[in-house]
Design a protein around this ligand. Sequence first.
Ligand code: ATP
Length: 230
Amino acid sequence: MKLLEVRSLTKSFGKHVAVNDLSFSIEKGHCVALLGANGAGKTTTLEMLSGLQQPTNGSVSFGDVHKGDYREYIGYLPQHPVFFPWMNGMEYLVFMGELSGLSKTKASTRANELLERLGIADAGKRKVGGYSGGMKQRLGIAQALIHEPKLLMLDEPVSALDPVGRREILELMKLLKETTTILFSTHILHDAEEVCDDVIMIHKGKLAITGSVSELRRKHQEDVIIISAE
Ligand code: ATP
């Protein structure tokens, strides 16, 4: 079953077309990699889906959401999330939960569950300013999940991490994909292959390749490496 369908999504900045007539769909329960080199248009695509940017053209439909705003069903971890260093992890999650419309009680319950589930329960009472990069990413993922979204979008969640932190977040994503549909933006083919079922590869804003990870390996590996290396 399709959870998300994107048709002809386009974003221009003046004369520069950052995302060009992009169409793809995401199956419910799948982990999908949005793969592309620097500047390919991954962040712009995710920002349009999350509502941070208005598309120049195109449309998005989301599962059986015909009324209201589908964006409330999306949880989004931006590439450069903003944390408040003076808050502790628990305060941050409750604050973000309330911003997404939860009551304080519901936000606290969810925050406790997520801190536990994402392996940072002990850090919940510590100020976020003292967190490692990996812990911040876990907290960012918890924030994205606080309102129980149907789709979790992660923009380059491992790019800024050291090899240990990177491995930990990839393993966490493998656990999360058991229960959540994920759209994972990355420029690293190996990460896409390791974690995801499907790949949407974009090149200079346009759809280059789409299909299952196994198809990608069989049919397109050389094309992907050439495009990624440009
Ligand atoms: P990266 O991996 O480097 O984050 P990306 O695939 O996420 O790259 P985008 O950040 O979406 O790519 O950028 C796509 C293109 O659009 C780039 O050429 C970028 O310079 C351009 N771009 C993005 N935002 C703006 C903006 N606000 N104004 C003008 N150009 C922009």
